[in-house]
Design a protein around this ligand. Structure first.
Ligand code: NAD
Ligand code: UDP
Length: 331
């Protein structure tokens, strides 16, 4: 069995590559390294069942030989990244998804889309079930990511309805773990890196906004179950234990053993105030439930960043530019 994974050099993509290889698959990865890292795949240099194509998936391409499945994970995912790469983000969700769906159609391969909790925007229903249509600002700065993913979902369903393509849609909630880029800018990596560097933790807004954090092994397990099921979804894959950002900051400093200086920065426009998955469907259809709580996950993640620092890597956090909260319109 042979699978194509787009975004293979990224955080989730590289873990998926490892999981499919461990399960005995041949894996073809594709990545243009816009936010990914070669080091995430360096351990596979001598793995005969893995090959990597350096390619931008917004340009048409194909893969020689059979393909039984495709997992489409290519896309900037951190707000700091996609706000710096707005057009690229729209293109990879739009044209990139179209190109990869065409490959799935040519090969008759199952297609799994990495969608996101961001399709719910700043949600008015809490926790978010899959049948909630969301509250997204299409013209705000985050719209480039949210609308790209909403379009990708619509395109995926159109391929199913038009060509009968075997598809699945995963709505992924905040996931963290080893191989998140240190300067990726998402909250878990920022807080860990800041704490290890004895820097103030950058809390946006009051820190009362919530997120629900899923450890990477749980996420990969849920994604693989969805890939292996004859289930279209969308299915929420995330950990339903919800924390305020200040609670996360407290946990990080407890686990790094450092004290807690906090520096408050403005809340970015359209930053969702709450986010928590209703995972009833994943439990029912996939028999999946996450096992690793946030403290345990942080204990597995902090040593990764500490190891990078000890190896002399330039490990720094990256924060959003301060723009003032104009609701996404020019000030
Ligand atoms: P990441 O930035 O670590 O990985 C994305 C990968 O895609 C990178 O290696 C990047 O170089 C590659 N890529 C981007 N544009 C490309 C293009 N045009 N052509 C080829 N490769 C391209 O991010 P991640 O956290 O691993 O996210 C992976 C996927 O999962 C994304 O689609 C993201 O939207 C989705 N997702 C992730 C999370 C999360 O919490 N990690 C949450 C929701 C959704
Ligand atoms: N956040 C923060 N400090 C940071 C980075 C993020 O307070 O250095 C907040 C951000 O405002 C949001 C939450 O943490 O409310 C999660 O942000 P992240 O960028 O990780 O992902 P998001 O869920 O917004 O896509």
């Amino acid at each position: 069995m042979r699978v194509l994974i787009t975004g293979a050099a990224g955080f989730l993509g590289s873990h998926l590559v490892d999981r499919f290889l461990a399960d005995g698959w041949e894996v073809v990865g594709v990545d243009n390294f816009v936010t990914g890292a070669r080091e995430n795949l360096a351990h596979l240099a001598n793995e005969a069942r893995f090959s990597l194509m350096e390619h931008d998936v917004t340009e048409p391409f194909d893969v020689e030989g059979r393909l039984d499945g495709i997992l489409h994970f290519a896309s900037p995912a951190s707000p700091v990244d996609y706000l710096e790469l707005p057009i690229e983000t729209l293109k990879v969700g739009g044209q990139g998804t179209h190109n990869v769906l065409e490959i799935a159609r040519r090969h008759g391969a199952r297609f799994l889309l990495a969608s996101t909790s961001e399709v719910y925007g700043d949600p008015k229903f809490h926790p978010q079930p899959e049948n909630y249509w969301g509250n997204v600002n299409p013209i705000g700065p985050r719209g480039v990511y949210d609308e790209a993913k909403r379009y990708a979902e619509a395109l995926t369903m159109a391929y199913r309805r038009t060509y009968g393509l075997d598809v699945g849609i995963a709505r992924i909630f905040n996931t963290y773990g080893p191989r998140v880029r240190p300067g990726d800018g998402r909250v878990v990596s920022n807080f860990i890196v800041q704490s290890l560097r004895d820097e103030a933790l950058t809390v946006y807004g009051t820190g009362a906004q919530t997120r629900s954090f899923c450890y990477v092994t749980d996420q990969i397990d849920g994604l693989c179950r969805l890939f292996g099921a004859s289930c279209v979804g969308p299915v929420n894959i995330g950990n339903p234990n919800e924390f305020t950002i200040l609670e996360l900051a407290q946990l990080v400093v407890e686990e790094t053993g450092n004290s807690l200086p906090v520096s408050y920065l403005p809340l970015p426009p359209d930053d969702p105030i709450v986010r928590c998955p209703d995972i009833s469907m994943a439990r029912l259809k996939l028999g999946w439930t996450p096992k690793i709580n946030l403290r345990m996950g942080l204990r597995k993640t902090i040593p990764y960043f500490r190891g990078l620092m000890e190896a002399g890597r330039d490990v720094r956090s990256r924060t959003l530019p301060i723009t003032g909260n104009t609701g996404g319109l020019p000030a």
